[in-house]
Design a protein. Sequence first.
Lengths: 140, 341
Amino acid sequence: MATPPNPPFWRLVPGMHRLIGLKCKRCDKVNFPPRKRMICADCGGTEFDKVRIGKRGRVLTYVIAMRMPPGMVGPAAFAIIDTDDGARISAWSTDCIPEKYGVEEGTPIKCDMPVELVIRVIGKHEPTPYYGFKFRPIML
Amino acid sequence: MVVGIVGYGVYLPWCRIRLSDLAKAWGRSFPTSVEKTVPFWDEDSISMATEALQNTIKHAGIGEDEIDAIYFGTTTNPYLEIQGSSILKTMIEVKPETLTMDFTNSARSSTLAIIACMNAVKSESINYGLVVASDMLIGKPGSNVEYLASSGAGALIIGRENLIAEFEGTTSYSTEFTGRWRGESERFTMMTMERFIRGHGFIKHVATAGKSLMEKVGKVSGDFKYAVFSTPDLTYPRRILRPLGLIPDQIKVGIVANSIGYTGSSSVIINLAAALDKAKPGERVLMISYANGGSDAFSIFPTENIEVKRQNIVDKYLKRKRYVDYNTYLRWNRIFEKISK
């Protein structure tokens, strides 16, 4: 398990390495990330089915970070993504440099832009990496 | 029993650097058309392998639950004490009973993994095995390795049914030879004189493995339409043409090294994917890997299914590119780190 060796990170694995969501049995809302004692964000239901979330979605809103946390290289965008399955996920951008602020030529990030989620290195528990989902513009 | 490839896939990073840019920084010159891949700063062998695996599973058209084993071949595992394949297992959502194995410490770990997987499938202990090779090589700034060391990943699914290509036979040949190496706790790959590696390493081992394979399967060099090798550039395969009795047309399609550089263990699988993208049913592929005095040779026979599952994945990834300069390359590879405050 490539997560920092402590319980809080280990519990997040279903949401970090896989996109597993909890679909409410009452209102069909997909809740993400999955937690042990979950209450549906829409209807307050407490009974769920585990579902696999698709990796395509659209940007709901974003912010561009110029000063990155230690170990990360910027500038990069941090966005909230609405996936096609109805789950809401927050993720860093990758494989693109937000055009407006970067010195280099890059891919501009816009609201409602179609994106896909990919596994990348999120950070380092020195000197080893841990992984999670980031988003990038659809390329292939 | 016939064992073969059910699906294949590759992943190449988005960015490229022209070797002429790289040479300019060190006061040298280099042909402008040659380039290599540059991984984004948050990529490593595991993340690249994940995308190659996802492409492969999609191409094979089988469910994640049907995979019985994952064989991961790499020389740049980010962990020395955690299995890379067990991390990959959680990411592609296979069942927990799936067998995981790492093949490391050699750039031909990919073909060794293929042989292990073939044998397991042949003995019917597993139905579908996943072989993935991924490498992120970094050369010391200014050294000769810097011109070839690059990154990429390739994967195959091996099984007994719905084959797009069959394995007809395999041979190995290895001796003790040191050409490229990386010590424990060293970050950069080192390399001795290229002429020495090419003459006494590459040509000798690849030719011997290739000839013994042709004897074993009862074929001559003219029976193969494509020949693919693990190679850092075009000079290596050109020198192997005469010893193996091949013609230049046979290596034209399957060698993409001038566009991506030397991707270590995945080099031979990416080249195989480039050949399978173009191969028609019955056009045989000769695949020979090479690393540090060891070669594995395979004869691969595409079946009718290859037309049904046609994909041009290598071309797609080669077209998807953007150039970065040398400074960005150094920054993303963390050769220079920003000092805070």
